[in-house]
Design a protein around this ligand. Sequence first.
Ligand code: NAD
Ligand code: LMR
Length: 328
Amino acid sequence: MATTITLTGAGGQIGYALLFRIAAGDMLGPDEHVRLRLLEIPQGLKAAEGAALELQDAAFELLDDVEVTDDAAVGFDGANLALLVGARPRGPGMERGDLLAANGGIFAPQGRAIAAHAASDVRVSVVGNPANTNALIAAAAADGVPAEQFSALTRLDENRARAQLAAALDAPVADIRGVTIWGNHSATQYPDISHATVAGRPAADALAERVGDVDAWLDSEFIPRVAKRGAEIIEVRGSSSVASAASATIDHVRDWVQGAEWTSAAVVSRGEYGVPEGLVSSFPVRSAGGRWQIIEGLEIDERSRTRIDASVAELIDEREAVRTLGLL
Ligand code: NAD
Ligand code: LMR
């Protein structure tokens, strides 16, 4: 048996960075064979075909088959995993929400094609921006596929937050646990360290020794740095993040499939933590048996509440905007 993985946007930047790591076993482990379906639009087919030639040349022992197509019915046929990356990236001066009109239209047809052609156990990870609302659109269009089988990527934000915290504490990233991203994958996101630990000790206590006023440091340094990191990358490298985004996608799917104690993912709310039902919002999650479970019962202080509410308000606005555009 092998896992069938559909990657949309396989001819793009993130697609190119992802494919070789998937085929090397970084996502599903060293024993799981994979079949790749590379779904592109006609303009992207040549790039995807080139990537397929290179995949062959790499002689990956776990890679059973590669198919390149611009037909969603073929692309999603029998998919156990669908990585929805194909979408336009933002440029300098844009917010991710500015992409709604350009990209939102991709996700309803793909949701319908997933419902019609993918395997019943399909798990769908949305990377293309604005990722949360694109996931909402795809899940709503995928009639008969439980909404729990959709999630959107906020793992890149979480990885950024852990790395920034590790740097501030001069600690190894591996010692940092319990960081959460709440809300939208946008500048309103809330990277939350209230429940984070460094080598088992509350991160806030360790931070107080380094930065003094922890709340001031969070408000003026940490939160804006993490929330605006995507824009910083665009400014410095001239285009949006690629390898770190691919790496976070690998982390996200690996944890979803193989299990995790604590990470962040944007999943469909059932009203947890006061987030309106149906929104695709980032939460602290664990994964067991191939399913995300929101970690419930965490204490949310007033500062956190205000920030979570602000990001959720943006998700509500995005939902309204796509309704107005007729995408939902
Ligand atoms: P890219 O322009 O290099 O590649 C996008 C590819 O998608 C292109 O090859 C294009 O032909 C293809 N595509 C467009 N519409 C498609 C469709 N309907 N079906 C299949 N393929 C389609 O862009 P990139 O740098 O790879 O980024 C892709 C997306 O990922 C962007 O929206 C970007 O903003 C987003 N992104 C998200 C995160 C995150 O953390 N969620 C991080 C980085 C980038
Ligand atoms: C990122 O966070 O790097 C991506 O979402 C790309 C972007 O537009 O910021």
